[in-house]
Design a protein around this ligand. Structure first.
Ligand code: AP5
Ligand code: MG
Ligand code: ZN
Length: 213
């Protein structure tokens, strides 16, 4: 099963993709997470990606596509995967489509997690994530059991560098200009599914499970 998650920054793509990955036994592939891991490890790729991410801009397609195709060529992706944060531009979607077509394959579901802009800035300012295991929380909606501490591994939670209000506003602008057209792209392919992302994350997940079966 090959799934693409669509939605604005902060819509809950990562939250849902992790739940899908756990239930269906497929890897969660997030280009944002790959870039953040590289930043943390101080790689050349991380340095380049950071210069774009800190502004809320997109990392260039050429670089992003190379990284994603490398990742999905690994053995654990053979049965399928859930892509989170990729594709993000029409050219990225076209390359992915062409690569899958070569393998006589395709994306089965594009799940659009729909959340209006008004909700987004509030969500982002409350997001905390675990630098050690990648778990994500929200200080009000999805709080950890103990404030500032990861439930899963006990590490201290951090706020993402690009979750500052000004950066979030730019990420939203970039989303509307470059990523939202993908909703049409996947609709035309007949694989688009919309879910309401404003409800509780467990309810969003129940709607997704209904779609995936
Ligand atoms: P990326 O990491 O992909 O960030 P994003 O798309 O901006 O999305 P987020 O991770 O911020 O949000 P999310 O939808 O995953 O929401 P989450 O589940 O965390 O990309 C970061 C940057 O990397 C980009 O700006 C770009 O520079 C670069 N990049 C990455 N991929 C790229 C690509 N393909 N091409 C070019 N550049 C690329 O939830 C958000 C918060 O809400 C959390 O606190 C969560 O706990 C809470 N929450 C979740 N669900 C609910 C709910 N139902 N109700 C209430 N709260 C909820
Ligand atoms: Mg995410
Ligand atoms: Zn953790």
């Amino acid at each position: 099963m090959k799934i693409v998650m669509l939605g604005a920054p902060g819509a809950g793509k990562g939250t849902q993709a992790k739940m899908i990955a756990a239930k269906y036994g497929i890897p969660h592939v997030s280009t944002g997470d790959i870039f953040r891991a590289n930043i943390k490890n101080g790689t050349e790729l991380g340095k380049e990606a950071k210069s774009y991410m800190d502004k809320g801009a997109l990392v260039p397609d050429e670089l992003t596509v190379r990284i994603l195709l490398d990742r999905v060529a690994q053995d654990d992706c053979a049965k399928g995967y859930v892509l989170d944060g990729f594709p993000r531009t029409i050219p990225q979607a076209e390359v992915l489509d062409a690569e899958l077509t070569k393998l006589n394959d395709k994306i089965d579901f594009a799940i659009n997690v729909d959340v209006p802009d008004e909700n987004i800035v509030r969500r982002m300012s409350g997001r905390r994530s675990c630098p050690s295991c990648g778990a994500t929380y929200h200080i009000v909606h999805i709080p950890p059991k103990q404030e500032g501490v990861c439930d899963k591994c006990g590490a201290a939670l951090v706020q993402r560098d690009d979750d500052k209000e000004e950066t979030v506003k730019n990420r939203l602008k970039v989303y509307h200009e470059q990523t939202q057209p993908l909703i049409d792209f996947y609709e035309k392919k007949g694989v688009l599914q919309n879910v309401d992302g404003t409800v509780d994350s467990e309810e969003v997940f129940a709607a997704i499970v209904k779609i995936l079966g």
